[in-house]
Ligand binder design. Structure first.
Ligand code: NAP
Length: 241
């Protein structure tokens, strides 16, 4: 069990059916937390819910079901995400809106929906998975980078607001992590080079693994990490792009 709490805490991981979210689910489960997944295609897990994080009614319904089955939600990891790749001049507003909706508004809905339990329990951990692209920008991904940058801002503001109640809020902006999202981007020639070329430009000379993000997340949601909040903690092999 993570930290010093004597009862297993309940964690909700959005996007927990694939890639980074899935690794976080495995790690937090191994740490002894009770973990529920909210995802578009959540798999067959006992506590997995089909939820579009942009739909508040779906989020609230799933969060209530989690409370009923596993108890109050004290850990929330927002990993659900969707990328996009279009020259800005051709970017349709509907595409802009969808990417902002999933990556930013989804975080709004999930935090508001889970927050009453943390507030009541005077203890909470929120980790938002943003993106290293928010650091320097990324051509053809203005909508995605705008949304992820906003998530970093939201993280800092919530940390100030919720800290006095024992709730920490941090963001992990991953670098290049080997997941279905990254492989699809490579296949569609959206990466500005192959993964191998990116590895050559990464100080630690390898692509990131979902488990790299999960390990950092595991620490941030632990009891021991209670003095860390409002931080944007890059996990990127030394490369901030
Ligand atoms: P992934 O393998 O595609 O996983 C993302 C998961 O989120 C998928 O299961 C996806 O479901 C789900 N999802 C998408 N839209 C959703 C919605 N509206 N409601 C609920 N679930 C939804 O991607 P990943 O690489 O693990 O990415 C995880 C997070 O890390 C994302 O926020 C991403 O932006 C961020 N990130 C990743 C990288 C990287 O290099 N991989 C770098 C920087 C940031 P479907 O598969 O059914 O769409």
């Amino acid at each position: 069990m993570s930290g010093t709490a004597d009862v297993a805490r309940t964690a909700v991981v959005t996007g927990g059916a694939s890639g980074i979210g899935q690794a976080i689910v495995r790690r937090l489960t191994a740490d002894g937390l009770k973990v529920a997944v909210l995802d578009l295609t959540p798999g067959t897990d006992d506590c997995a819910f089909t939820v579009d994080v942009t739909d508040r009614a779906q989020v609230d319904k799933a969060m209530d079901a989690v409370r009923e089955r596993l108890g109050p939600v004290s850990v929330l990891v927002n990993a659900a995400g969707r990328d996009g790749f279009t020259r800005f001049a051709q970017l349709a507003f509907a595409d802009w809106q969808r990417v902002v909706d999933v990556n930013l508004n989804g975080v709004f809905h999930c935090v508001q929906s889970a927050l009453p339990d943390m507030w009541e329990g005077r203890w909470g951990r929120i980790v938002n998975i943003s993106s290293s692209s928010a650091h320097s920008g990324q051509p053809f991904m203005a909508h995605y980078v705008a949304a992820k940058s906003a998530v970093n801002g939201l993280t800092k503001s919530l940390a100030l607001e919720l800290g006095p109640r024992g709730i920490t809020v941090n963001a992990i902006p991953p670098g290049f992590i080997d997941t279905p999202m990254l492989r699809t981007a490579e296949r569609n020639q959206r990466l500005g080079g192959t993964i191998e070329e990116h590895i050559a430009r990464t100080p630690v000379r390898r692509v990131g693994r979902p488990e790299d993000i999960a390990a950092t997340c595991s620490f941030l949601v632990s009891e021991e990490a209670g003095y860390i909040t409002g931080q944007i903690i890059g996990v990127n092999g030394g490369r901030n792009t």
